[in-house]
Ligand binder design. Structure first.
Ligand code: SF4
Ligand code: SF4
Length: 228
């Protein structure tokens, strides 16, 4: 400060508002009180409605997850027919960056020819990076991303998951992601119907649905078919 300005009184303006003594303190205190009050009005039914700064008492309390939230892949089967949507086209296996998807295509035991169904499907969850590329590339909407994240285990091999544990009914995914499934549902079910016609007997039926659904009515049971 130059010597000629010494002793003068200055008023500091913050924006267009002149603050009186103590006014800034009052404003800051107001913010603190608002956050304090918000902490007692937390709502856990929707992320959009949630406001304020508070602690979620996990695992007793949980914030709902957004539809687009993804963790690890699962495979879908049709609730009514028990038929898996996967045709073993290998596209997800090819695109998976860490190469953690492994599968084998089913074969018609009567002819030895490959059919659009999968006989074995394994994903190594411990090395999956949840990128979702497998689900994006699948032309049959057979593989989707689940939201389950509590998968810790005390044995490493428990994270190598086979078809029996990967399989979920379509109704499960429809509840999880109603918008996403609604966008692809008609096309996916149409393709499934076309593929079922090429699956003899029990081939293509999810392991957990065997014995609960009739075998493919459009093809003869395996024991009645003749080798051509
Ligand atoms: S989410 Fe990504 S890393 Fe995981 S299995 Fe699918 S493609 Fe592979
Ligand atoms: S999950 Fe989809 S992309 Fe992967 S093999 Fe099956 S049908 Fe093909």
């Amino acid at each position: 400060m130059s010597t000629e300005n010494r002793g003068k009184t200055y008023t500091v303006e913050r924006g267009a508002t002149k603050l009186r003594a103590g006014q800034g303190l009052g404003t800051g205190l107001g913010v603190v009180i608002k956050h304090f009050a918000d902490a007692f009005t937390k709502k856990l039914d929707s992320p959009e409605k949630t406001s304020g700064v508070f602690t979620v008492q996990y695992p007793e309390e949980r914030l709902p997850l957004a539809e687009a939230y993804r963790n690890f892949p699962i495979l879908l089967y049709d609730d009514a027919s028990g038929q898996e949507l996967c045709t073993s086209c290998f596209q997800c296996q090819r695109i998976c960056p860490p190469q953690v998807i492994h599968m084998a295509q089913a074969k018609d035991p009567a002819t030895g020819k490959a059919i659009p169904a999968v006989s074995a499907f394994v994903i190594e969850y411990d090395a999956c990076m949840s990128c979702g590329l497998c689900a994006e590339v699948c032309p049959f909407d057979a593989i989707k991303m689940d939201q389950e994240f509590e998968l810790s285990t005390d044995y490493h091999s428990g994270l190598t998951v086979d078809k029996t544990d990967l399989n979920r009914p379509i109704s499960f995914y429809e509840k999880l992601a109603p918008t996403f499934w609604g966008e692809v549902k008609d096309g996916a079910l149409k393709k499934l119907q076309a593929n079922i016609k090429r699956r003899p007997g029990e081939l293509g039926i999810a392991p957990q649905m065997l014995g609960k659904v009739p075998t493919n009515p459009e093809t003869a049971p395996l024991e009645l078919r003749t080798t051509t």
